[in-house]
Design a protein around this ligand. Sequence first.
Ligand code: NAD
Length: 259
Amino acid sequence: MLKNKIALVTGSTSGIGLGVARALAAQGAHILFNGFGDAQEIAKIRLETEQQNVRTDYYKHDLTKADQIEAMMEIIHTNWGRVDILVNNAGIQHVAPMTDFSVEKWDQVLALNLSAAFHTSRLALPAMQKNNWGRIINIASVHGLVASTQKSAYVTAKHGLIGLTKVVALENARSGITCNAICPGWVLTPLVQKQIETRAQTDGVSLAVAQDKLLGEKQPSAQFVQPSQIGAMSVFLCSDAASEIRGASYVMDGGWSAQ
Ligand code: NAD
């Protein structure tokens, strides 16, 4: 379905981004990986992905920095000519009450979880507009719609990302370019594993108990959302069937936001 489309998935060396990259590759899209991690592990991920008869590339640029995003997009345009599918997924979390929230962490979370999507989108859009086709998918969060304590930067960035999604969708509404957001609840990735470990330590309980508590508090299904399910939703948003879905936010949160 996506044969020969060129997909840039930010933060795709791990977790949700990797799940989305795999799902797009399974539909024939070439994958431009981005993110940090062990070089050998990333080489393995690329090799596995290429088994789908697609080409891959890897950009290790730090997306908290606008100049690095510009450099990355320039190389991509030189090497590949365009980005057809842009998945803004790279993100980090920092958990602390407002009064203890480090200014440096605030800036970092806002830069990666919100500003990076502004930069990649503004730089990818001209080629999409020239081709009159494009898909921008922003991996927001249920925290783009509701808040939790101790996550001021994350909640702010994700609410902002949903706003940005709507603006990009509206500015391109008379074209073949759509922009939508996906809002997952808990997904078991390194980002969440870190929170489970912190809770286990703070509460003096086992990892299993901390995990059950984390899920039980917010997610009525008491089950994690799977990266492959977010991948499948991304494939749908890239399909012709989704061509009139513009500026929407799809919750995939095990019932979290229905409460
Ligand atoms: P993860 O930690 O598994 O993956 C994060 C990815 O971002 C990795 O590839 C990492 O290398 C990359 N990354 C980190 N800092 C970067 C930087 N400065 N520049 C470029 N890449 C960088 O996390 P995840 O849980 O898969 O999260 C992916 C996205 O999904 C994030 O935007 C997160 O907010 C969102 N999300 C996650 C959950 C969840 O429960 N895990 C829920 C809702 C939304």
